[in-house]
Design a protein around this ligand. Structure first.
Ligand code: BES
Ligand code: ZN
Length: 467
């Protein structure tokens, strides 16, 4: 019994161990270290690329833009599939704010002259007439109290537009006129939800002239914004949980994610119906397996609007719950015929936020060598997907993607006919085998990344995704 435990420790470590001088994997002495173990086979033999392909076909019938009926239809379908497989499911809604600016018009009238300003994206619509107060760059702690009830004249630069507006609003400003820090354009700037004062941009030359004029006396401006604002919509995360048997519970959680929203002008077959299809297929395959670790499958909304769904989900985790999550596997764009170029591992790469190996990359790279792909998977450094918020919580996380990207990325041509079943199969097998290595009852609990499996030999690649 004791001996068995030692073997399983090494198994968790993804190591090839030497038995009497013969290299063998810890699975009962299989002579080929790259062979799938009996444990792997329990998962990978059941994974069907046809199932994944059909899911992508269904989801990519229409765009799934965040906050639109297309997203909700997709999310409800995903939830119903999770339910069918026996998971505890939740449709977690969160508000998002879409910019309205079709008829946006801005006026800044000073001394009878209109500066024809640019309306900040998302600016509140309203009209104020008040004195201008030069507040420099409106950095925190530098905004004078004299801006109360006045219009803040702000220089662009150093901190975000939203932060600048916030800093002057906190001092009671009733409007924002921001001048550029370079060039001749006035077209820049954005405001955020709750910033209920008009905000516009003017050129550097216009702003510098106002700064000069203010030195010799007060200036009154009429600032008016119309046809602009932010409209609240609902977006969704779909969450599926499977708890282990009570007497077999390590208290740990392993997560597998993808994003179900698409960009507005495309059906998002590869980005990211492909990832969703693998999440659903792995949920199906794992639903009847013995586990000692909670499985959590999540598809996020509003990834394309700035990782909003995954940040929202992360914000709902208590510290105690986040501490239990030992790994997050994110699949985003895992099925394109035309991605990956001539790179090894069929172009598959695991991107981490810090460019370092972690539990996820160690387990998955080793799994690559034991499954359909038949080779280790390299890793690289990149954000741009939902692994980011998990990394920020200190959870080992990686993005699985074929890089460089296909030419159809974020275009209406991201359609089902560009999907390669082989790539889907390879990636799902890798993630499935790695997840099951953590979750199956015979392997000991991971104590986070500190005693994470020892790295197998796989390389860092400086591979930009290309778009
Ligand atoms: N699927 C992409 C992620 C991606 C794009 C990874 C390019 C690697 C290379 C994702 O859906 C996406 O488009 N993300 C946005 C960033 C996000 C914060 C809005 C992007 O990369 O522009
Ligand atoms: Zn994506």
């Amino acid at each position: 019994m004791k001996k068995k435990k030692v073997v399983s420790v090494l198994l968790t470590a993804g190591l090839v161990l030497s038995v009497n001088g013969v290299y063998a994997q810890g699975n009962g002495g299989t002579p080929n270290s790259n062979a799938a173990s009996a444990f792997d086979n329990k998962i990978i033999k059941k994974i069907s690329a046809d199932n994944m392909y059909n899911t992508i076909k269904l989801l990519s019938e229409q765009p799934r833009t965040a906050g639109t009926p297309g997203e909700l239809i997709g999310a409800q379908y995903i939830k119903s599939q999770f339910e069918k497989y026996g998971y505890e499911t939740e449709l977690q809604s969160f508000p998002i704010y879409d910019v309205v600016r079709d008829n946006a018009k801005g006026v800044v009238e000073i001394g009878g002259q209109n500066l024809n300003p640019y309306v900040f994206s998302g600016s509140f619509s309203g009209e104020v007439t008040a004195d201008l107060v030069n507040v420099g760059k409106a950095l925190a702690g530098t905004v004078p109290d004299t801006v109360k009830g006045k219009i803040a004249l702000i220089e662009r630069g150093d901190i975000t537009f939203v932060e600048k507006i916030q800093n002057v609003m906190e001092k009671g400003a009733v409007g924002v006129i921001m001048y550029n820090n370079t060039g001749t354009s006035n077209a820049f700037g954005q405001a955020s939800y709750g910033q209920d004062i008009p905000a516009v941009g003017i050129t550097r030359a216009q702003g510098s002239a106002l700064v000069e004029q203010l030195k010799s006396g007060p200036l009154t401006a009429k600032l008016k914004v119309s046809g602009s604002g932010l409209v609240e919509k609902q977006s969704y995360n779909v969450i599926a949980k499977m708890k282990p048997q009570k007497n077999k519970d390590t208290g740990q959680i392993v997560m597998v994610g993808a994003h179900h929203d698409s960009v507005p002008n495309g059906p998002g077959a590869n980005d990211d119906a492909s990832g969703v299809s693998a999440v659903l297929e792995l949920a199906r395959v794992m639903s009847n397996m013995p586990i000692d670790t909670e499985l959590r499958f999540v598809t996020f909304g509003s990834e394309e609007k700035g990782l909003l769904g995954s940040y929202h989900y992360a914000s709902t985790l208590s510290d105690a719950e986040a501490d239990k999550i030992v790994a997050h596997f994110q699949m985003d764009m895992i099925g394109s015929k035309d991605a990956g170029g001539d790179n090894k591992a069929n172009g598959l790469i695991m991107y981490t936020i810090d460019g370092k190996k972690n539990t996820v990359t160690d387990l998955a790279s080793a799994a690559g060598a034991r499954t359909a792909l038949g080779e280790v998977v390299p890793y690289g450094q990149l954000g741009r997907s939902d692994h980011q918020p998990f990394h920020e919580l200190g959870i080992p996380a990686a993005l699985f993607i074929h890089s460089p990207l296909e030419p159809w990325y974020h275009t209406p041509a991201d359609t089902i006919d560009k999907i390669d079943k082989n790539k889907l199969q390879e990636t799902a097998e890798i993630v499935g085998a790695a997840v099951y290595q953590i979750a199956r009852p015979d392997t000991p609990a991971l104590i986070h990344s500190r005693v994470a499996p020892k790295p197998v030999d796989y390389d860092f690649e400086n591979r930009p995704p290309g778009a």
